[in-house]
Design a protein around this ligand. Structure first.
Ligand code: AIR
Length: 341
């Protein structure tokens, strides 16, 4: 059977992070292949392996590496398919690897997940595949529920067992709370005119709109339908939730996030579709890459480089191109600079 996903490790010493990815893919019953090849020690092997794997039908690549982790970028050089990068903590807490993976130049994005987050890389790869596979989509929803369930059970197993004189454990006991899923609020004043948009771009504040513009320029070049809204999940929670929920045909969400990156974090909690995050810089020049990428297990955000809206759009194109040769062709032209940008 041809696997759908190929995981490549920069070294055998990265195997513990790969185990987390394989645990998830086993649960989701998605066939995968695992190889070891180093961007620096064996560049020819990467070229051969990735080219042949792409031709054979691999749909998504996951590159896992530490230190100067150029592996995911090297994979991207030889495939039109989306590449997910997992930085590994070998030195400096993995920050060296994270920067090497996430800060890719246009038009070669790496969908970066948090340091050592092999589990989130596998969920993200499955989300890419689920765009054209409803069965995988259902399995992801079930798997993600197990992460949520743990939150509920820890209230019983940890909090309820605490015996202290002033803790009031009968007050709003979690297991007795009725918690409903978020529903569209017909009264919230936000419209969803472009309901058929395949890619939905959400911007938390006006000042980040230039980054959104970079996204939409490239989506137009790729002939991908899109809708953009400036709406903040903290200042206008109802509008934000309503918007995400009413864009029912969205295949991919792109969140443009600054500060604590509540935009991307907010989207990923209320959709099972893949979420791409573009971290922005603020007026003082601080960037928000860490608050975008460092998501907990179960809720990945595919992070691209700082302010790199163009790479977010290319990544969205690569994901949709898995089953759409027309987009693959347009991406080829973009990458070869055959069309004038
Ligand atoms: N690595 C291997 N080739 C290039 C890089 N950056 C990474 C591996 C591993 C780290 O270097 O992905 O995380 C150390 O590798 P090793 O083989 O010395 O244990």
């Amino acid at each position: 059977m041809t696997p759908k996903i190929m995981i490549i490790l920069g070294s055998g010493s990265d195997i513990a992070v790969a185990e987390k990815a394989m645990d998830v893919l086993d649960k989701l019953e998605i066939p995968y292949s695992l190889k070891i090849a180093s961007a620096h020690r064996t560049p020819n092997l990467i070229r051969e392996l990735v080219s042949q794997a792409s031709d054979a039908g691999i749909e998504v690549f996951i590159g896992i590496a530490g230190l100067a982790a150029h592996l995911p970028g090297a994979i991207a050089a030889y495939t039109p398919r989306p590449v997910i990068g997992v930085p590994v903590d070998v030195k400096t807490g993995g920050i060296d690897a994270l920067q090497s993976v996430v800060q890719m130049p246009y038009p070669s994005p790496i969908a970066t997940v948090g340091i050592d987050r092999g589990d989130n890389a596998a969920i993200l790869a499955a989300q890419f595949i689920a765009i054209h596979d409803e069965e995988v989509r259902r399995k992801i929803i079930d798997l993600r529920w197990t992460y949520a369930e743990k939150v509920y059970t820890s209230n019983e197993e940890i909090v309820q067992k605490i015996d202290r004189p002033y803790i009031q454990n009968d007050f709003l006991r979690i297991k007795n709370l009725e918690v409903n899923g978020v529903k569209i609020d017909e009264d919230a004043e936000i419209s969803c005119k472009n309901e058929d948009a395949e890619v939905v771009v959400i911007v938390g504040r006006q000042t980040d709109l230039p980054t959104a513009k970079k996204v939409t320029v490239i989506l137009d070049r790729l002939k991908i339908s899109h809708d953009t809204k400036v709406v903040c999940p903290i200042r206008s929670n109802k509008k934000f939730t309503n918007y995400v929920k009413c864009m029912k045909k969205a295949k991919i969400f792109i969140g443009i996030s600054s500060n604590s990156s509540q935009v991307t974090g907010g989207i990923v909690g209320i959709t099972d579709r893949p979420v791409i995050g573009v971290p922005c810089t603020n007026e003082n020049g601080d960037d928000y890459m860490l608050t975008t990428v460092s998501m907990p297990p179960g809720v990945p955000v595919a992070t691209v480089g700082i302010n790199n809206g163009k790479n977010a759009a290319v990544l969205a194109g690569e994901i949709l191109a898995i089953k759409d040769p027309n987009i693959t062709e347009l991406l080829d032209k973009l990458k070869d600079k055959k069309i004038n940008l």
